[in-house]
Structure formats: structure tokens, C-alpha cells
Design a protein around this ligand. Structure first.
Ligand code: BES
Ligand code: ZN
Length: 457
């Protein structure tokens, strides 16, 4: 292993140069005008996997391609690790809020600023470099590896479940390792015990067949903006709980042990508040901030559109109003069921003066780990050696839709070990990832493969 670690140290500056090449490709999965770039990122990645010593291919799906890499030289007796990540990124807009352009990686104060630096190209690339470090320095790896990098994670992974189901045998593994999350704090490595799921819907409220004069018609014809606002106002009660009937039916209460562990984390509420820049925090009554973020479900309005929003005043009665509404889910909630409950609820509160259209956009299952046990202990040793601190167990409010599906289809546990830092602006302008975590994280992954080679056997 010391050879692999030495190789990673000796080649650190080339690794970074390569990462910068990867980050320059605008692989925005949500935008069809970037389809060529998204494919280019897949091809770039497949070539880097091949250079690292894996057999790699770019496999077509109905959407963006999946890059598959394999190295099976450890033999049938050795464990197999599936490494998952995503090479697609979120749209970079609003561009004017970036200090340096999103697809021109720039280093300031030890941070790489670029779209995808943290989520997830930077972290995915670390795995490729850790594998290369083993293979180039020793000609071998402590585990067999199959790497799956998708290009649709940021749009809900629509093609990946069928992809995994169709190749369950080829993807068979003893554990799934994913680096697409964050550490609890700088210098404090972290392992995830949960991810929230997601149900995302778009709602249209319509009244008249076109926009109308608000004086000539207002008062007698429904205003879809007002109606939609009233409907949205029914989604929460005054305790911050979700008021959609049936919503909590399948929510499992978390055990006292996990809640105690969350309380024991060194969380600085005031630092969190000032970091987001809001005058105060809020949420469901009876739960702490970390509990609200990790172990409780939420309902958010992600977008709202109606009427005239340009300069000055326009007396218009809008014909339509639209909202994008999403729920973050916890075990054992089901995204499809939640979308249906929302539709039923909205239909029950919508007045007969409007029509309602509810479109389900995408969803993902929540995930909860069984922490402790040899897999977490192995990861703990690798992280402690690389970061000089024992890792903490943390939850995550965001979603990685495929994680639960991997566990179900492949019958192997998932290990989520992320290296981004709080405040790293995933999905926002000025996304960043530290050079230090990039370098140290590669070392941690080199060690992790070794630990898994002995632990999973
Ligand atoms: N890397 C994130 C998940 C994440 C977010 C981990 C924040 C740690 C902190 C992932 O790429 C992501 O953003 N997922 C989407 C999934 C959705 C589009 C289905 C999310 O959570 O919104
Ligand atoms: Zn991500």
C-alpha cells in the first residue's frame, strides 16, 4: 500500500491538472444543448479509467450514457467493490453570481472553484486516481472493482434502475462505495447513515383561456395565482408539519440511539445560520436543526410562476399559475405514493373555478444504513489514517436516488464516504472543493480499498 500512497503523492499535481480538464467539460444533464458535452465527459472519463488500468466502456441508455469500468485481477476469492459516482452536473445559472466562470476551474485560497468540483466530478475522479495509484505502482488492487458512473443523477437517474436490473450479474458485488456527499466539518471525516428520498411534482392551475384585464374581469373570474397560493398554504400546519393527509403514515420514528448520536455532534447552530445568511432558522416543532435536515421529511416550493413580473405595473388577471413542489422523504416513505397523496390533496382543496394539472417529474427512495459492523469499521480505519481523526456518523438531507436500488438489486450494503465540506455550494454559484481534501481523500480511498480487501473477504 505504501507504494500506492507514494505514487499518489508523486503524481498529485498531474492528478489535479486532469481533474481540471474534466471540470472544463460542461456536462449539464438537464440541458439538451449540452448533450454533446455530456457524452464528451463520459468518453473523457472512460479514457481516464482505461489509462488507470480498468477495462472501460461507454454504454448507451435511453438518456445519457453510463461509463462502466472493470478490473477483476484480484481473483474469484477476493471481494468485489462497486464504485458509483456521477459525471453530470447541475446547470450553472445564474452565471453572473460566479466569481470565476463555472467551467473554468480556478484555485483561490486552496479551493477549486468550478461546477462539479464537489458534486460529483471531483469526488468521482478521486476514485479513478486511487485505483490508478494501486495499479500503476503495484500492478494490482486488493479488491476486484466495477465502476459505474452515470450522467443522469442530477435529473433523477431515470435510466439507471433498468440499467442495473439488466446487468445485476455483471454488477454483482460485496459492497457499493460512493463519494458524493460531505464531511460534517473540515478535518472531520464522515460516514453517512442516511439519505433522504425525493418526490418532485409540477402543478399548473388554470382559469380563463387567456390573460385578462384585471379591472374588467377581476372579482368574477378566478385568479390562478391567488388560488395556487391558497393551495400551497394548506401544505403545512402552523407547527411546520406537512398537512397532506396520509403523508406521515409510513414515516418510521428514528431510534433513540441515532437521535442521541446526532445531538452529540459538534454542531454550531449560529455558524450554520450565519453561513446561510438568514435572519433566523425554522422548521418542524419538536426537532433540532440537524434532525429537521436529516431524519424528518419536508415539503418545499422550488419554483413559483404567474402573472406579470417585469418592470413596473401591469393590471393583468393571469390565466395560469405554476409551482414546482418537492418533498424530501425518509424511510419508509414511497415517492410515488407521496406524489399521489399530494395530487389527491390538491384536488380536494382546488375550487371548481379552476382546472388543475399535476405532473410527476421524478423521485428517489430514501436510504438508511445499518451502521457499525465490519464495513463501517474498515472505512473508519482508512479515514482515520488519512485525516488523523476518527470519522463521525452523519445523516444527509440530500438524495442520491440509486443507493437504495443498488442495495435492493445487488443485495450488497452501501458505504457513503464523502469529502465535500459544508458550505461548498453544491447546485449554487461558486461551487468549490478543497485541494487538501482532494489529495487527502485519494489517500483515504487508497487505504479504503486495502481495508475492504481484508474485511469483505
Ligand atoms: N451530491 C448530491 C447529494 C448531496 C447533496 C449530498 C448535498 C450531500 C449534500 C446529489 O448529486 C444531488 O444533488 N442529488 C439530487 C437528486 C435529485 C436531483 C433526484 C438532490 O438531492 O437534489
Ligand atoms: Zn451529486
Amino acid at each position: 500500500m505504501s507504494d500506492a500512497l507514494a505514487y499518489a503523492r508523486d503524481h498529485a499535481s498531474r492528478f489535479r491538472d486532469e481533474l481540471f480538464e474534466f471540470l472544463r467539460i460542461p456536462s449539464v444533464s438537464a440541458r439538451s444543448e449540452h448533450d454533446g458535452d455530456t457524452r464528451a465527459a463520459a468518453e473523457w472519463l472512460a479514457a481516464r479509467m482505461a489509462a488507470a488500468g480498468l477495462e472501460s466502456e461507454v454504454l448507451d441508455t435511453p438518456g445519457h450514457p453510463v461509463v462502466l469500468g472493470e478490473w477483476r485481477g484480484a481473483g474469484d476469492d477476493a471481494p468485489t467493490v462497486l464504485i458509483y459516482g456521477h459525471y453530470d452536473v447541475q446547470p450553472p445559472e445564474p452565471l453572473e453570481l460566479w466569481t470565476s466562470p463555472p467551467f473554468e476551474p480556478t484555485v483561490r485560497d486552496g479551493r477549486i472553484y468550478a461546477r462539479g468540483s464537489a458534486d460529483d466530478k471531483g469526488q468521482l475522479h478521486m476514485h479513478v486516481k486511487a485505483l490508478e495509484s494501486w495499479l500503476a505502482s503495484t500492478g494490482s488492487l486488493p479488491v476486484n472493482v466495477v465502476m459505474v458512473a452515470e450522467g443522469e443523477e442530477e435529473i433523477g437517474s431515470p435510466s439507471l434502475v433498468p440499467f442495473v436490473e439488466a446487468r445485476a450479474e455483471r454488477l454483482a458485488c460485496d459492497a457499493v462505495v460512493i463519494s458524493d456527499s460531505a464531511m460534517f466539518d473540515e478535518g472531520l471525516p464522515s460516514l453517512l447513515f442516511s439519505l433522504r428520498g425525493l418526490a418532485y411534482v409540477e402543478v399548473h392551475v388554470r382559469a380563463a383561456k387567456g390573460d385578462l384585464h384585471s379591472g374588467a374581469y377581476g372579482g368574477a373570474v378566478a385568479n390562478p395565482a391567488t388560488v395556487l397560493a391558497r393551495m400551497i398554504a394548506t401544505l403545512h400546519d402552523d407547527q411546520g408539519r406537512i398537512a397532506v393527509p396520509g403523508f406521515y403514515d409510513r414515516v418510521k420514528e428514528w431510534d433513540a440511539e441515532t437521535r442521541d448520536a446526532i445531538r452529540a455532534l459538534p454542531f454550531d447552530e449560529e455558524r450554520f445560520r450565519s453561513g446561510v445568511g438568514a435572519p433566523g432558522l425554522t422548521g418542524e416543532a419538536g426537532y433540532s436543526t440537524l434532525e429537521r435536515l436529516w431524519i424528518r421529511p419536508t415539503c418545499e416550493i422550488n419554483g413559483l410562476l404567474s402573472g406579470y413580473t417585469g418592470e413596473g405595473a401591469k393590471t393583468v388577471l393571469p390565466a395560469e399559475a405554476m409551482a414546482k413542489i418537492s418533498f424530501r422523504l425518509v424511510p419508509d416513505q414511497d415517492p410515488k405514493r407521496v406524489a399521489r397523496l399530494l395530487e389527491d390533496h390538491l384536488r380536494s382543496v382546488a375550487p371548481p373555478s379552476v382546472t388543475l394539472e399535476v405532473r410527476e417529474l421524478h423521485g428517489g427512495n430514501p436510504w438508511r444504513a445499518d451502521p457499525g459492523g465490519p464495513l463501517f469499521e474498515a472505512a473508519g480505519r482508512a479515514l482515520e489514517a488519512a485525516f488523523g481523526a476518527e470519522p463521525v456518523l452523519v445523516g444527509e438531507g440530500g438524495s442520491i436516488p440509486i443507493v437504495g436500488d443498488f442495495e435492493r438489486i445487488l443485495e450488497a450494503p452501501a458505504l457513503l464516504v464523502g469529502f465535500a465540506l459544508p458550505g461548498c455550494n453544491m447546485h449554487a454559484p461558486d461551487e468549490w472543493f478543497t485541494l487538501d481534501n482532494y489529495d487527502r481523500g485519494i489517500g483515504a480511498l487508497v487505504r479504503l480499498y486495502e481495508e475492504l480487501g481484508t474485511t469483505l473477504r
